[in-house]
Design a protein around this ligand. Sequence first.
Ligand SMILES: Cc1cc2nc3c(=O)[nH]c(=O)nc-3n(C[C@H](O)[C@H](O)[C@H](O)COP(=O)(O)O)c2cc1C
Length: 190
Amino acid sequence: MKYLIIYAHPNPKSFNAAIKEQVVSYLKSKGKEVVVRDLYQLGFNPTLSGNDFAQFLQGQIPLDIKKEQELIGEADTLIIIHPIWWFNLPAILKGYIDRVFSHGFAYKFADGEIKGLLTGKNVIIINTTGGPQENYENFGYKDALKLTICNGIFAFCGMSVKSHKFFYAVPTVSNDARTKMLEEIKALDF
Ligand SMILES: Cc1cc2nc3c(=O)[nH]c(=O)nc-3n(C[C@H](O)[C@H](O)[C@H](O)COP(=O)(O)O)c2cc1C
């Protein structure tokens, strides 16, 4: 079982970084194979450009996209770790999806239908928020994010979403609460 972590946070001292480290050490302690793609550290280019489209039209894949697609191809489970920024993905991760989850790799249009091509792969999403759980649950933000991220991206591409975990109000809760959040990671169904 191979795990590919796609991680988007620019600050190595962030809580998201602690989550990423916790996931890596937990999976390694279980003898699992883990690859981490730290999008900021890689300097991943998130702009889907005219040049990308020109290459796609010629049946070619830009090298940086090809590398990421190969890693996804080798993985059984993708683990996506990121903060919620403006009720969405950080732009670098959105751009990774734009460019790497391309037509012909992640999905295709065929016979008047849209077909997901990443069937057989699982995904686990771990998000942190600044806002409290009540706001996310009472005002529909959680449902909206599940709809757009789980369904709109990953299930659309044929993947099976095993869990979408939220850690709420991360900047304002106590250190003890944050420590408990990190402990909760071990209970996720990897
Ligand atoms: C650019 C930016 C946009 C943000 N937008 C939201 C938001 O829409 N909703 C929310 O709950 N928190 C928002 N936050 C707060 C972050 O989600 C929160 O600080 C982060 O999840 C905490 O994890 P960290 O310590 O690893 O950064 C935003 C933070 C930044 C920097």
